[in-house]
Design a protein around this ligand. Structure first.
Ligand code: STX
Length: 325
């Protein structure tokens, strides 16, 4: 994603002071960058999708005087290679637990003892998986638009629930899929997205990504839709997301909420838009119930995206507060 329209709560745009590639094995090169203050408090930002890649504006969630800001493009997307839009890219080497290992390897390679972990949507699932695996590596958690890949969460957004709110956009989402296959949309999309022929996977990737991009914000954001539906971006995004959802994220059903007890002692803030259609507030609520020590901030006039003004403001308030600790 490119930068959104100006959001008042964000810090001014900055450039990285260092970029590099982590050689993660399996032929995977993981793009990372550091910005802000090299002597500051370390924070890592985990992007969404999976497959969304990082965007420059995500640096602006952090006070550049006080934070050493690390962004990375998860396997197969953004500037990481092999890119999942490449038909030869093998998604067998792309699972939640590969990403968790990549994050931990990057932390050690950067010489960071422990860091704040910030993630929204898929990034919140990955942050929870990482923190539950390596709690000693995590100083604080700031999570937004909670997503845990339980069956009913995936069914809500990809198998018809959300058609109650976006029936017009849902018609476009189901259009590439023959009527007889529409009772299992994730599987039907999987068959098309894994086809090497661009005439087959191209329109499927576009429809999948357009559905998601069009439903992330309280008000339509054509710019967001345009930047996400660039052909290579949309293909990697749709292929990676669909691959993760076919496998339930390689989680036991309900695992991320059941294991919330492992996070005891990690200061945390959960930011959730009331009108989040992609990852409805029920999941943030379930996590809050299982993990009452985490502060839950409900933004009453926001959808899913971190670029919603009220969401960005709540995230910056949380990172500002933790910068002092
Ligand atoms: N996917 C939700 C998610 O993490 C179920 C997500 N959706 N779009 C994005 O992330 C980007 C804005 C990062 C592309």
């Amino acid at each position: 994603m490119t930068n959104p329209k100006k959001i008042d709560a964000l810090y001014p745009p900055i450039k990285p002071y260092e970029t590099g590639y982590l050689l993660a094995g399996d032929g995977q090169r993981i793009y990372w960058e550091q910005s802000g203050n090299p002597e500051g408090k370390p924070v890592v930002f985990l992007h969404g999708g999976p497959g969304g890649g990082t965007s420059p504006w995500q640096r602006q969630l952090f006070d550049p005087e006080r934070y050493r800001i690390v962004l990375l493009d998860q396997r197969g997307c953004g500037r990481s290679t092999p890119h999942a839009s490449d038909p030869d890219a093998d998604l067998r080497f792309n699972t939640t637990w590969h990403l968790v290992a990549d994050i931990e390897l990057l932390r050690r390679n950067l010489g960071i003892a422990c860091w704040q972990v910030v993630g929204g949507s898929w990034g919140s699932a990955l942050a929870l998986a990482y923190a539950q695996t390596h709690p000693e590596s995590v100083a604080e958690l700031v999570l937004r638009g909670i997503f845990t890949l339980r069956r009913h969460e995936l069914e809500w957004f990809y198998e018809g629930g959300a058609s109650a709110i976006f029936p017009d956009l849902w018609e476009e989402f189901i259009r590439p899929i023959p009527v007889l296959e529409r009772s299992r949309m994730i599987e039907a999309y999987h068959r098309r997205l894994s086809d090497p022929d661009p005439a087959v996977h191209g329109p499927a990737a576009m429809a999948w990504t357009t559905w998601e991009a069009s439903t992330l914000t309280l008000r339509p954001d054509r710019r967001l839709v345009r930047t996400m539906t660039d052909a290579a971006t949309a293909t990697a995004f749709a292929r990676i997301e669909n691959h993760y959802f076919m496998h339930g994220g390689w989680f036991e059903e309900g695992q991320l909420i059941a294991n919330a007890g492992r996070l005891r002692g990690i200061p945390a803030v959960i930011v959730q838009g009331r009108y989040d259609v992609c990852t409805p507030i029920m999941t943030a609520w379930d996590l809050h119930r299982a993990w009452p020590e985490a502060e839950l901030v409900i933004v009453d006039d926001a959808g899913h995206s971190a670029t919603e003004p009220g969401i960005a403001a709540a995230l910056v308030a949380a990172t500002d507060r933790f910068a002092a600790s």
